[in-house]
Design a protein around this ligand. Structure first.
Ligand SMILES: [Zn+2]
Length: 295
């Protein structure tokens, strides 16, 4: 179960991993907390699909549902909405208050209840989400972490969240880290080495300047064979992803050579795991699970 804040996050974070596991026969469910109703058009070549509009909240929600269906099909996964409303990314100084009724303002137990129910219904062995910082400071990404963490811990407890199904205890919890500095730097240097313009120049400089502590990556899942599915999923989010933009600025053959992995941090495990030597990474989100769970 891959839990994400908005439609398109599942395509920009860990998409090749979900596509790979789905292709291998794992049941994969993407859970999307909000409808992405406060997203702007970020692709200059975007054309509103016929019979749709992108002006009203309902219109944007409908377009983004259509796009999400295309992305889920490209990755070969199922997808479920939790039905919360996008909080938007507050901008300005001082920051404006969050809009009434948005996901980030919903009290934790109320916000986590539908996810606990989804966990009890789908019964995942592994859950992926964001780290406590949200990965980037969008209030919905932080809230996505909070509800995922809560569901991972509460779903197996029969005393918690009554009326949301039979208890189910997931075995591993991961945080997505697709934009680690190690990856950004490796790709940046390879692009400069090849005489190409890197999309990460400012990123490397600003991260260096801010000295943001890196989270610990424990797991590198080899996914190069599933970059095409990931790219198709990204492209399906036509209102959000510019096919000539940031996400497509790195040539795929260079990416396959330099960074053929999706990165994760193992946050919690309820199964015994083998030790990995320094500099070695776990390569499978289901390590330690396959031996515990009958196929
Ligand atoms: Zn998002």
């Amino acid at each position: 179960m891959a839990v994400h804040a908005h439609p398109d996050d599942e395509s920009s974070k860990g998409a090749a991993t979900t596509a790979r596991y789905a292709a291998e026969g794992v049941e994969v469910l993407v859970v999307t907390c909000t409808g992405g109703e406060r997203g702007d058009i970020l692709n200059p070549s975007f054309e509103v699909p016929e019979g749709h509009e992108f002006e009203s909240t309902e219109g944007r929600r409908a377009v983004r549902r259509l796009e999400m269906a295309g992305a889920a099909e490209a990755m070969g996964v199922r997808q479920q909405w939790l039905g919360f409303v996008d909080s938007g990314l507050p901008e300005g100084d001082p920051l404006p208050p969050l809009p009434e009724g948005c996901f980030a303002l919903v009290p934790l137990e109320e916000a986590a209840a539908p996810l606990v129910q989804a966990v009890r219904e789908f019964r995942p062995h592994v859950i992926t989400t964001y780290d406590p910082s949200g990965g980037y400071p969008h209030p919905d990404h932080i809230k996505c972490h909070e509800v995922s963490f809560e569901a991972f811990h509460a779903a197996g407890d029969p005393e918690r969240y009554p009326g949301t199904g039979e208890p189910w205890e997931p075995l591993k919890l991961y945080y997505n880290h697709g934009f680690s500095m190690k990856r950004i730097r490796a790709v940046h240097e390879a692009m400069e080495g090849a005489g190409l313009e890197s999309p990460f120049g400012d990123w490397v400089e600003s991260r260096d300047a801010r000295e943001i502590p890196e989270r610990q990556v424990t797991t590198l899942v080899p996914v190069a064979d599933f970059f095409p599915q990931r790219d198709a999923a990204l492209t399906a989010h036509a209102s959000q992803i510019d096919p000539k933009g940031f996400f497509f600025a790195v040539p795929r053959d260079l990416e396959v050579d330099v960074w053929p992995w999706d990165e994760y941090e193992l946050a919690e495990s309820r199964v015994p795991l083998p030790e990995h030597a320094d500099g070695e990474y776990e390569q499978d989100l289901f390590e330690g699970v396959r031996s515990e769970v009958p196929a």
